[in-house]
Design a binder for this molecule. Structure first.
Ligand code: SAH
Length: 371
């Protein structure tokens, strides 16, 4: 992506294989490799290709945490792997249980000491994990806690997968759904995101159906178009939050670069290409975007589109003055959309007591804040 004024600095490049301070390549990140890449890696070591299937299964089905656990792999290969590759494992630093619902928030330490958050949500249809895609975020949305400290770095593929694997292991239940709605802008970490989505849903790994995966974006148009071209059957969620360009750019700096009408067009094209219905997310903020006139404007914007609108009463963020509308105002807003035949739900607020709700994820541990 090109640089744009309102966004924070460029991310460090996300390739795990080169350390910026040394000319020696860092050890290969085994868990970030697709099965094909792992085959190549092993054949370059002079190993038989079928070893790749075995190792892939240890990593992505059994979720082992050390090379030693690969019991069908010879000791000598294991020790050669240990010398030439790393096994990325996330360590839970804290786990918070909501008293209100089955939500659990995990604070994970990355191998380099950075800290990220993931959230497990329990629904009737199964367990969903909300994962982070970056450490911090450079998009600067005014109402979002994740934006406050800017971007630190992109997550590696292994670090995104590990969030799903570790949560699954902790709860001892199958994870059926994944939403990329935690800290970070997934389309700002695009290549890693694509590989993550492929590996999450491929037959040799954890096999989460693409239809059960949702990726949420603030609206980076070129990446939305590229995502459509991949023909992955995932759900795209677009963070809208305002129905006019003028109102949207005040809340979301990214709108300066990618204006509302152009984002809507990109979403229309996404639907035309993929047949996947877009979800529009709209945080209701008292006195900012929650008036009846806003609901009417939103209805006009989305009229006759095959889409779904998720209304999210804005979650409080300490540094920001934004407040939720009262229940009646939210219901009135919803009614207007319904009258205009737009599919709409008010999102159940989950995990609010543990700051696990949308826009409340932050580097709280690293920053020394209490949660
Ligand atoms: N960067 C991505 C995904 C992360 S945020 C995106 O922008 O979509 C996931 C969703 O939570 C987005 O719709 C985001 O706008 C919303 N959100 C952020 N802060 C929020 C808050 N304080 N209250 C409610 N929703 C919030």
């Amino acid at each position: 992506m090109e640089r744009s004024a309102p966004m924070k600095k460029e991310p460090d490049q996300n390739q795990p294989n080169t350390h910026p301070l040394s000319k020696t390549p860092a050890p290969a990140d085994l868990k970030s490799m697709t099965l094909g890449q792992l085959r190549q890696f092993l054949s370059a070591m002079g190993e038989k290709p079928y070893r790749a299937e075995q190792i892939y299964e240890w990593l992505h089905v059994r979720h082992i945490t050390s090379f030693e656990q690969m019991t069908n792999i010879s000791k000598s290969l294991r020790s050669r792997l240990e010398d030439s590759a790393v096994l990325t494992v996330l360590r839970p630093l804290q786990i918070h249980n909501s008293r209100l619902d089955g939500t659990k928030k995990y604070l994970f330490a990355l191998p380099d000491g950075n800290v990220i958050e993931s959230v497990r949500m329990k629904y009737r249809h199964g367990n969903s994990v909300c994962i982070s895609s970056q450490v911090g975020c450079r998009m600067g949305c005014r109402f979002c806690a994740s934006a406050i400290d800017g971007l630190v770095r992109n997550l590696h593929v292994s670090e995104m997968l590990e969030q799903v694997y570790r949560v699954g292991q902790d709860i001892g239940e199958r994870i059926s759904h994944v939403v990329v709605m935690g800290m970070g802008e997934p389309l700002d970490n695009f290549e890693n995101l694509l590989r993550f989505l492929t590996m999450l849903s491929d037959d040799h790994g954890i096999r989460i159906g693409q239809r059960n995966i949702t990726v949420s974006t603030c609206g980076i148009i070129p990446r939305i178009r590229e995502l459509a071209d991949t023909r992955l059957s995932i759900t795209l969620a677009l963070s809208l939050h305002a129905a006019s360009q003028e109102a949207r750019r005040k809340l979301m700096p990214v709108a300066e670069k990618y204006p509302l009408q152009a984002v809507i067009e990109a979403c229309d094209d996404y639907f035309a290409k993929t047949g996947r219905r877009i979800t529009f997310e709209y945080s209701l903020i008292r006195g900012i975007n929650d008036a009846k006139a806003d609901a009417e404007r939103l209805s006009r914007l989305l009229k006759n589109k095959n889409c779904h609108v998720n209304l999210i009463p804005v979650n409080p963020v300490r540094e920001r003055p934004y407040e939720q509308p009262d229940r009646e105002a939210a219901l009135a807003f919803q009614n207007i959309l319904e009258k205009n035949k737009i599919n709409v739900t008010i999102r159940r607020e989950i995990g609010r007591d543990i700051n696990g709700a949308c826009g409340q994820l932050r580097k709280s541990y690293a920053a020394g804040h209490e949660m």
